[in-house]
Design a protein around this ligand. Structure first.
Ligand SMILES: NC(=O)c1ccc[n+]([C@@H]2O[C@H](COP(=O)([O-])OP(=O)(O)OC[C@H]3O[C@@H](n4cnc5c(N)ncnc54)[C@H](OP(=O)(O)O)[C@@H]3O)[C@@H](O)[C@H]2O)c1
Length: 164
């Protein structure tokens, strides 16, 4: 039986690793079933980079628990919703105002609220870079999280992985 395209890709990664050209490899936009397709190679996967922000909470349903159970971090891309409508949402703005923070900082802190998630905002503006780095000192409270849950409800059922 022919190997799946995913399995063939992993064989390529492992060749690069054996040649010393890469240290680790990861994947992107793979849902739980796709990760399972990796078979034993999944143990060597450094991370799965997926769309994860307040507007796209689908990965919480099963992907995050699946990866956490395997000690594999998930990498949240577009954590500030590409600087769009998310940053103008009243609930996010209210939480940000309470902390003397910006909505973008709260959006990033939210992705980092639980272990096992790496957040990768893209920022070309140096002030944004500074603000984003400062998020390490921003701790959201249970009340903040409840307010954000009310505005951006967590998933109640499995949905296909959203992606950009
Ligand atoms: N694997 C995939 O399929 C995939 C898909 C999409 C994106 N990605 C990766 O994910 C990373 C980020 O994603 P993204 O660029 O789509 O979305 P994003 O990080 O959510 O948004 C980037 C936008 O937000 C602005 N921004 C950043 N920090 C801010 C702040 N503190 N305050 C206000 N605005 C702020 C940026 O402005 P400035 O640039 O002006 O600072 C930029 O316009 C990138 O590395 C990208 O390569 C991966």
């Amino acid at each position: 039986m022919a190997a799946s395209p995913l399995a063939e890709t992993v064989v390529g990664f492992e060749r690069l690793r054996a040649a010393g050209k890469i240290h680790r490899w990861g994947v992107s936009n793979l849902d739980v079933a796709d990760l399972e397709e990796l078979g034993p190679a999944l143990a060597d996967c450094a991370t799965d980079q997926v769309l994860y922000n307040l507007e796209h909470r689908g990965p919480e349903f099963d992907l995050l628990p699946f990866c956490r159970a395997r000690s594999m971090p998930v990498m949240a891309y577009s954590p500030v919703g590409q600087g769009g409508a998310l940053l103008r949402h009243p609930a996010l703005r209210a939480v940000a105002a309470r902390h003397g923070a910006t909505p973008a900082q709260v959006a990033i802190a939210w992705t980092l609220r639980a272990p096992g998630v790496v957040s990768i905002p893209k920022a070309a503006d140096p002030e944004h870079v500074r603000q984003n780095a400062a998020v390490r000192d921003l701790a959201l409270t249970a009340a903040d999280l409840a307010e954000l849950d009310a505005a951006f409800p967590p998933p109640r059922r499995k949905r296909g992985l959203a992606m950009l």
